[in-house]
Design a protein around this ligand. Structure first.
Ligand SMILES: Nc1ncnc2c1ncn2[C@@H]1O[C@H](COP(=O)(O)OP(=O)(O)OP(=O)(O)O)[C@@H](O)[C@H]1O
Length: 299
């Protein structure tokens, strides 16, 4: 269990993280979402005791990270895949990590197999690795101590589509066996497929959090009319303003019936009327983080 309570970090006058609170529970994947510079990495670094908070606290199973004896056996961390010693081979990196954690060296081979870095790849030096291979090696290190918790900062960076699919399966399986996963990304669609819960951060503050299904259900209704301008006017008259979608529709924060009635009274022909689902979540994400790196966020 990861507990983050009123965590804040200021750099001079700049609030990088501002009063952030959330929990990550066993058996779940929590997607930590936000545009570039929102404060995801700083929050994760504070959880892992690498950056001292200005205020607030974070604990792992009730204890600050720095007080965990042999933390690699409790929590697997991947914050920066490029932080490995470039002159060592993948196998050497893992062997040293195994020695440090007191893990049986036989687990090195198993971990390399688990992340698909077997044979030749394991014998190559890290400086010859692609970013995707470094992410896989970082994940192998994080998993080596057989921890119950994983904290991963943008782990899909550099992975190809097959690699992203593979990683989702690995994280889902980890959580389904009772593990706790906190996974950051600036790409909504990347975490949407695997997360059970979402924590959305913008400019250092949490702008939304909760069960993914509930956030999706609460994300409104998509409506598309033959005459979009007339629909927009009718909705505005009814006090139901919408947010345009990229494909000519409108997301309205109410149910289908209310919108259907407005359209019927105005004599409008509707082409589409459905729960917004992930499109609505994307819209919500864009609205909540408006002005930040939104284009990046929905890629
Ligand atoms: N060591 C530091 N000194 C000063 N400012 C910092 C430092 N580390 C982070 N910041 C600032 O804090 C804010 C949050 O940065 P952070 O790296 O946590 O964002 P992020 O959500 O992880 O972004 P990204 O998706 O780009 O990695 C940014 O404005 C950043 O410039």
């Amino acid at each position: 269990m990861i507990t983050v309570e009123h965590l804040s970090k200021r750099y001079g006058d700049h609030p990088a993280v501002d009063d952030v609170s959330f929990t990550c529970t066993p058996g779940t994947v929590t997607g930590f979402l936000g545009p570039n510079g929102a404060g995801k990495s700083t929050t994760m670094r504070m959880i892992c005791g690498l950056t001292p908070p200005t205020a607030g606290a974070a604990t792992i199973d009730g204890q600050p990270y720095r007080r965990l004896g042999n933390p690699g056996r409790r929590i697997g961390v991947l914050l920066d895949a490029s932080a490995q010693h470039a002159g060592r081979t993948g196998r050497e990196v893992l062997t040293l990590a195994a020695l440090t954690m007191g893990v049986d060296r036989r687990r090195v081979g198993e971990s390399l197999d688990r992340v698909g870095l077997n044979g030749t790849a394991a014998r190559r030096r890290v400086k010859a690795y692609s970013l995707g291979m470094r992410q896989r090696l970082g994940l192998a290190c994080a998993l080596l101590g057989d921890p119950g918790i994983l904290i991963l900062d943008e782990p899909a960076n550099g992975l190809d589509p097959e690699g992203i699919y593979w990683m989702r399966g690995l994280l889902r399986d980890f959580a389904d066996r009772g593990g706790t996963v906190l996974l950051s990304s600036h790409l909504l669609r990347e975490v949407e497929a695997v997360a059970d819960r979402l924590v959305v951060i913008g400019r250092g503050r949490i702008v939304a959090q909760g069960d993914k299904a509930e956030l999706l259900a609460a994300s409104g209704t998509v409506v598309r009319a033959l005459d979009p301008a007339a629909l927009e006017a009718a909705l505005a008259r009814a006090g139901l303003p919408g947010t345009p979608t990229t494909d000519g529709g409108v997301v309205v924060q109410t149910g289908a019936e209310a919108i259907g009635r407005v359209a019927a009274e105005a004599g409008l022909v509707l082409l589409e009327l459905r729960p917004a689902g992930s499109g609505g979540l994307e819209q919500m994400f864009l609205t909540l983080t408006a002005g930040d790196s939104v284009q990046e966020a929905v890629r």
